[in-house]
Design a protein around this ligand. Structure first.
Ligand code: ADP
Ligand code: MG
Length: 713
């Protein structure tokens, strides 16, 4: 009966399995709650999160107690389905093809005419048009027009749920009871209009994510047994050779092994300038090879590619709800009882059943629930197009009010491609000895400084040893056994006390990073590395200051003098000599003061601090697993200009959210008051309730438009 495919992802941890189930038929934020409740009620379900835009439920469950068919049953019981996305159209609705649009058109025309007639009667323009229509005919119109809504209301009632539509239905019934079938029909008509408005709004928000998903590559040309074969991307294995022809989409993440191409990476980085790719270059799935072809060695496939992870995180962004949304959701919970109370009072005090019906009808609006997520999704979708991966509304909210910025130095402020500028042998060693030992010890380190040391040795054509026992000490350096000698390379923390020569202080004052090389505990030389400041940093910092941020602080594991030189250049304060855990401590210290902290890092040695911050922003996240995972906002392009940009997006989003909420609240309260006082007649109440969703959509759509960061100076 249920055409269930295997869930998209499965992950089993300690007896608990996480599965993803596609959910169809959710049109409004209330639906999410219904589905979540239905699944959560199953024994064996530990955690469930339903996403309206990604149309899926992520369920953490005990596989021995609950299975997919039980979940499908629960979902269906709640009035939704677990079917995977329909391929093509039709088939699912009984009225497919031609009949449906014609019926819709007839309904719209009829509804509009009826509305005009009823309003006309109300103003006394013409009289008794509708009264001449026989009563049973009127009833049939109401029932036929409202069938889908009534069906849902009845289904909900059977499950003991009261929805906003329940109230409206009661309102329509009240109109019928007092013999105003035309008014009831108008109410039903606008109920359907409101429904469409809501579905349209949700669909618009969903599209930002869907458009992104649509860019995923479908097939790849792999080399197997000496021949090229076109296969679905899912079948490509890591390590296989993939051939990309000019103009084609690159199907996997990989390293170019032959050929040359200019690659348009806009899908991932948002940068329209193509980059050159040749042997050794890393390329990303969903980017396009223009002018030239490539042969690649596959490193990541499908969901593991940078693009796959971006999609996944954008889809999951809904889970990280902003606090304002929680407040709005809470308000929604009180809203229904509030409306019922007002309606009861109206009935008791004014004894006017039509005014009571107007209260019930005007109140209906999912808008409170939509006000926040629509705006957040618009911004997250727009961000993804610009090379900004925003993992949830919560982080936009925090960023909008953040007041402290902490910045990692190496790889974040600097390009992270340091070069060894000085080799200083000490205690009788030769420069070459020092380099050989250091480079051999650094052979397996992934730190940018390690690469600098290896490059320096390579340039001088020095032979390296294979280290035995290699150990990386985060934020300090490395220790390895090289040719029977214990070699350490790293910051001053690595070497025993004792005053280093004067020249060391001079090098540090030039802003250079010093690596102390020791053999068997005794210092044998010093290497100085200099890294280049990213050229766009000063302008970006100025723009951040222009946003009113006063507290900008440099955090580094580097030495005091180097840090001071950099800090002075950028006019920021600094803390030097920090271990990765010290950086977390600084974040926590500010948080304890009630401040909202932004941490900007590159994911190397600062991932925990990124995660601890209210908003962790990672540079150069394309291709870096740690940075993408740890950060809340990841820059898929190494460009500091994106930071003030996302900041402004955040502030603009919060302005839109507040306007959405304020507008909905004011609109609904005004409507309720006017209806209760008998000023707003039932027909107008019906028309009025279908509008706020569109207002919210229009207001939020502003966020989809791209925006350039304002850079001071
Ligand atoms: P930052 O905080 O500026 O990003 P890190 O925390 O990555 O810097 O490193 C701090 C310091 O530790 C470096 O300045 C360097 O002295 C030392 N260090 C870390 N890793 C290594 C390594 N692999 N080789 C040599 N020195 C290292
Ligand atoms: Mg760093």
């Amino acid at each position: 009966m249920h055409p269930l495919r295997l869930p998209a992802t499965e992950l089993t941890v300690a007896g608990q399995r996480t599965i993803e189930v596609p959910i169809r038929g959710m049109d409004c934020a209330d639906c999410v709650v219904h589905v979540e409740r239905a699944i959560a009620a199953l024994p064996g379900v530990a955690l469930v999160h339903v996403s309206l835009t990604a149309e899926k439920a992520v369920v953490q469950l005990d596989p021995h107690r609950v299975d997919l068919s039980a979940i499908a049953k629960a979902v269906e019981g709640a009035g939704y389905s677990c079917a995977p996305p329909e391929v093509g159209r039709g088939g699912t609705t009984p009225l497919g093809g031609f009949t449906r649009p014609v019926l819709t058109l007839l309904g719209v025309v009829f509804g509009a005419v009826l509305f005009v007639v009823v309003v006309g009667e109300w103003f006394g323009l013409f009289e008794a048009v509708t009264r001449r229509v026989p009563w049973p005919l009127g009833l049939t119109v109401v029932l036929a027009g409202g069938y889908p809504v009534f069906r849902n209301v009845i289904r909900a009632a059977i499950r003991k749920q009261v929805t906003a539509h329940t109230l409206m239905t009661v309102g329509a019934l009240a109109a019928l009871v007092v013999g105003q079938w035309a008014t009831a029909a108008v109410v039903v008509f606008f109920m359907r209009v409101g429904d469409y408005a809501e579905r349209f709004t949700t669909e618009r928000a969903r599209r930002a994510v869907k458009d992104l998903t649509a860019m995923a590559p479908q097939t790849a040309r792999v080399e197997r047994d000496g021949a090229e074969r076109e296969v679905p991307v899912g079948e490509v294995r890591v390590g296989e050779t993939v051939v990309v022809r000019p103009g084609e989409k690159i199907p996997v993440d990989g390293e170019a092994i032959a050929g040359h191409a200019t690659v348009d990476q806009a899908t991932i980085t948002g940068e329209s300038m193509p980059v050159e790719a040749g042997p050794g270059t890393r390329v990303f799935a969903a980017t396009i090879a223009r002018l030239g072809g490539l042969r690649l060695r596959t490193t990541h496939v499908g969901k593991d590619t940078t693009f796959g992870r971006v999609i996944r995180m954008v889809e999951d962004a809904e889970a990280h709800r902003a606090n304002v949304q929680r407040i709005a959701d809470k308000f929604s919970a009180y809203y229904l009882p509030l409306v019922v109370s007002i309606a009861t009072l109206t009935l008791l005090i004014r004894r006017d059943s039509l005014a009571t019906a107007a209260v019930l009808v005007v109140a209906c609006s999912c808008s409170f629930a939509l006000a926040t997520p629509i705006a957040m999704l618009a911004s997250i979708g727009a961000g993804a197009r610009r090379g900004l991966l925003i993992k949830g509304g919560r982080y936009l909210e925090a960023l909008a009010r953040a007041d402290v910025v902490l910045i990692d130095k190496t790889g974040t402020l600097t390009l992270g491609r340091p070069q060894i500028t000085d080799v200083l042998p000490l205690n009788g060693a030769s420069g070459e000895d020092v380099l050989v030992l250091a480079a051999s010890a650094e052979r397996y380190s992934e730190h940018p400084l390690a690469e600098a040391v290896r490059a320096a040795a390579r340039e001088r054509g020095l032979p390296l040893y294979e280290p035995e026992q290699f150990e990386a000490i985060p934020g300090i350096g490395v220790r390895a056994r090289v040719d029977g000698i214990t070699v350490t390379v790293g910051s001053r923390r690595m070497v025993p006390d004792g005053s280093p020569p004067r020249v060391v202080a001079d090098l540090e004052a030039q802003g250079k990073t010093l690596l102390f090389v020791a053999r068997d505990g005794a210092i044998t030389g010093v290497l100085a590395a200099s890294d280049t400041l990213r050229p766009e940093v000063p302008a970006a910092l100025a723009a951040i200051r222009a946003l009113g941020i006063r507290q900008i602080e440099l955090l580094t594991g580097d030495n005091e003098r180097t840090a001071a030189a950099m800090a002075q250049r950028l006019d920021v304060v600094y803390r030097a000599g920090l271990l990765p855990e010290d950086k977390i401590g600084v974040v926590q210290q500010y948080q304890a003061q009630g401040r909202t902290v932004v941490m900007i890092g590159d994911g190397v040695n600062d991932a925990p601090a990124l995660a601890q911050a209210d908003v962790g922003i990672a540079m150069g996240a394309a291709g870096s697993d740690v940075a993408v995972e740890a950060a809340h906002i990841a820059l898929l392009r190494d460009d500091w200009a994106l930071i003030p940009e996302v900041w402004q997006i955040a502030r603009r989003t919060m302005r839109v959210v507040k306007l959405n909420i304020g507008f909905t609240a004011a609109y609904n309260l005004t409507g309720l008051t006017l209806a209760a006082l008998g000023i707003l007649p039932l027909v107008f109440a019906a028309a009025a309730q279908s509008l706020p969703d569109l207002g919210i959509l229009g207001n939020s759509a502003r966020l989809l438009r791209p925006m350039r960061a304002r850079t001071a100076g």
